[in-house]
Design a protein around this ligand. Structure first.
Ligand code: ATP
Length: 261
């Protein structure tokens, strides 16, 4: 058994609809999925299929119309503060320096201010951002902001992390660097992760399992177990299995023909 500080997350029969004018529009329909302790699970689905909605439900910001959310077997539907969440745009406090952004996350997680300052300095050194510790977030590049934002989510010390397309705004090279960096940090302490991306390659590179969602109202079309070992080799994308899995997901998303062009 590998070491893990993660919790299990289970979504059982989640339904959610919104009113659009007078019409009730179903966004999520009977979603059933789980993340085991220390597992990296990715949701992939068409734009507007309700992935961000699902995160708001898991975070307790909204309640589902039906179904239950369990963490470590205990019902937590509608409860806040149990997961750490990293949104699509880096969520940093613009009025705090980089080191204060990090130490405030630690203080929120219960660390004393003095210890938080020391730990923040250690972490910034580890992620090669010591040089910008005293700067304010707007001075940082997109990739740097993303690293600080991810570190904040990690240091919140929740056992489930929900990451909503964290690399979508980055260029391809920075994105590949960030994926490697994320895997290294994650493999060191195995928090349970639920990750959203539009990139099939990213999903295959990072995950233990993938859930492919249908267009809204979203439902799980298929669960795919990723056969590549850990630590994951940077060149897995060259293997025939990778190409086959990519084709399978493309076909499920209705883009299979486009992939053959
Ligand atoms: N508060 C709300 N009120 C009404 N409709 C909403 C609300 N929140 C989301 N929706 C609708 O629910 C659907 C799913 O939205 P959501 O943002 O969850 O999708 P998504 O899969 O995260 O999209 P993307 O991949 O483009 O980020 C959309 O049609 C959206 O308009």
């Amino acid at each position: 058994m590998r070491n893990s500080v993660g919790s299990t997350l289970e979504l059982i029969g989640i339904d959610k609809a919104y009113m659009r004018g007078k019409e009730r529009v179903s966004v999520l329909s009977d979603i059933r999925l789980h993340v085991k302790a220390g597992e990296f699970v990715t949701l992939i689905g068409p734009s507007g299929s309700g992935k961000s909605t699902l995160f708001r439900l898991i975070g307790g910001v909204e309640r589902p119309d039906g179904g239950r959310i369990l963490i470590d077997g205990k019902e937590v539907t509608g409860q806040r503060g149990l997961i750490s969440y990293m949104p699509q745009q880096p969520a940093l406090f613009p009025w705090l320096s980089v080191e204060d952004n990090i130490s405030s996350a630690l203080v929120t997680a219960g660390t004393s201010k003095k210890e938080a300052r020391e730990l923040a300095a250690d972490w910034l050194e580890k992620i090669h951002l010591k040089a910008v510790a005293k700067e304010y977030p707007h001075v940082l590049s997109g990739g740097m902001q993303m690293r600080v934002s991810f570190l904040r989510a990690l240091l919140m010390k929740r056992n489930v992390m929900c990451l909503d397309e964290p690399f979508a705004a980055l260029d391809a090279l920075t994105r590949a660097d960030m994926q490697r960096w994320l895997l290294e940090l994650w493999e060191a302490d195995r928090r349970s992760v639920l990750f959203v991306t539009h990139s099939i390659e990213e999903a295959l590179m990072l995950s233990d399992r993938i859930y492919v969602l249908s267009p809204a109202p979203a439902t799980v079309l298929r669960e795919i177990v990723i056969p590549f070992g850990r630590p994951r080799r940077a060149d897995v994308w060259t293997s025939p299995e990778f190409v086959d899995l990519k084709k399978e997901v493309l076909e499920l998303l209705g883009e299979g023909d486009a992939a053959l062009v």
